[in-house]
Design a protein around this ligand. Structure first.
Ligand code: ADP
Ligand code: MG
Ligand code: MG
Ligand code: MG
Length: 418
């Protein structure tokens, strides 16, 4: 696996390449000529191959020099594979059970070979089928608390934190996608926007005229751009999570950069809220999905409460960083003030989370990239009804983020709309 010039690997080329990597030959077993190779990428950006040998399998992800969904007219740097690999290594160190193990990385080919997740499926698909995932709350709240806390100033020295920011600063092209597609385009006329027409035409027009909303989304955009609190996954929707009923694995961290923690937490919560409000569109008989929907709302509540408990526990016991120096909070009075400050920090983080969850929802309904939770509702009128509920919830969350002081207030508002 020495130096290699970038080229897009098609099947025969990939087979030859993988046959030259000893760790992969060992993992796959059997003769390279007998390995099966299939391209399974369903994401917007990259190629993903599943390769199976005599005794094992792997997944191989290769970045293309452009956006897969759009084509060569939209170039995108190959370096995103480098940032994805660095993020996977960081996550594996902090939450090793919750990400696929990396077997091999080739920076020049923008290629990473990793553990094959099987029989895991993309969580979004499981949620459409009304499958419940009992491990999910504990797993995702552990992933969030571990990866966010240990890359923050609460855990790191000032020098290590700034080095981390520098290590990911070059991933700005991926950040720019988020800045445009999530925080800007859905609120203005943009060629690539789409929505369920004609039903949502008036709502889309109203969102483009709503200056209160434009202020709120711009504040969130600035927070996204100017708050390097922790190393984010950066694209933590339910299409970046693979699950069985007993395992949770987070994939696809190519958008990783140092940003505001609420963006990752809000991504999870916003996508679960969309799954909840899309659920009515997937029922064949009224009420058949009620137990699943009740589970989803409990799950949304559990993500925030599980995250905040774990994060606070880490802060109380593992805070070796340069933020909040212990020497400024001595004695009983100091301990009391520091604990109050932790609670205030979590309240602020919750407001951010509510706002980012709303931003993630609106972009999936009025922007370029939609999700199958809604898209797979075949009856367009029914789909638009579900989407309009989600837009109404998200608009309220974004404008009144401060009045949603508990996660229960969010799930209550969602339930009222269902
Ligand atoms: P993109 O960045 O293009 O969205 P992803 O990393 O999300 O690419 O992968 C695209 C798809 O490939 C996933 O939705 C999943 O179906 C499959 N996939 C990715 N990684 C693995 C893996 N380790 N094991 C099995 N399937 C995977
Ligand atoms: Mg993906
Ligand atoms: Mg993705
Ligand atoms: Mg991706």
């Amino acid at each position: 696996s020495g130096a290699s010039q970038y080229r897009i690997l098609r099947e025969a080329d990939l087979r030859d390449y993988l046959a030259g990597v000893p760790a992969i030959v060992t993992q796959l077993g059997g003769a390279p000529a007998d390995w099966s190779i299939s391209e399974v990428g369903d994401g917007n950006l990259n190629l993903v191959f599943i390769v199976k040998g005599g005794t094992g399998g792997i997944a191989v992800k290769q970045a293309l020099p452009y956006v897969r969904l759009v084509g060569e007219s939209w170039p995108l740097p190959l370096s995103r594979a480098h940032y994805e690999h660095m993020a996977l290594v960081h996550q594996a160190r902090l939450a090793s059970e919750l990400v696929p193990a990396v077997l091999h990385h080739d920076a020049e080919l923008a290629l990473t070979a990793m553990e094959l997740l099987e029989p895991h499926i993309i969580m979004r698909k499981g949620l459409i089928e009304a499958t419940r995932y009992p491990r999910f709350v504990d797993d995702i709240s552990t992933f969030l608390a571990q990866t966010l806390f240990f890359s923050s100033d609460l855990a790191l020295s000032a020098a290590a934190k700034k080095q981390g920011i520098a290590d990911f600063a070059g991933n700005h092209a991926l950040c720019k996608i988020t800045e445009d597609l999530i925080f800007t385009d859905p609120y203005r006329i943009a060629e690539q926007n789409r929505w369920t027409a004609p039903y949502l035409d008036a709502t889309a027009a109203a969102f483009r005229e709503d200056l209160d909303l434009h202020v709120a989304i711009s504040r969130l955009k600035l927070k996204f751009m100017a708050s390097p609190e922790a190393l984010l996954h950066g694209d933590l929707h339910t299409g970046s999570i693979m699950v069985t009923e007993s395992e949770t694995k987070v994939i696809d961290p190519e958008f990783a950069f140092y940003g505001p923690m609420g963006f990752d937490i809000g991504a999870v919560i916003g996508n679960l809220l969309m799954a909840y409000l899309a659920s009515a569109g997937h029922e064949r008989t009224p009420g058949e999905r009620a137990p699943f929907e009740a589970w989803l709302l409990e799950t949304i509540e559990g993500v925030w409460t599980g995250f905040s408990q774990r994060f606070l526990a880490l802060w109380r016991s593992e805070a070796d960083g340069d933020g909040y120096p212990a020497s400024l909070f001595t004695g009983e009075a100091g301990a009391v003030r520091l604990e109050a400050e932790r609670q205030a920090y979590m309240a602020r983080l919750f407001r951010d989370t509510v706002g980012f969850a709303a931003a993630k929802t609106i972009r999936r309904i009025l922007g370029l990239a939609h999700n199958i939770d809604f898209e797979w509702i075949a009856d367009e009128k029914q789909r638009a009804i579900c989407e309009a509920r989600a837009l109404k919830l998200a608009r309220g969350m974004m404008l009144e983020a401060g009045s949603y002081t508990t996660i229960g207030a969010v799930t209550y508002a969602a339930r009222e709309l269902r």
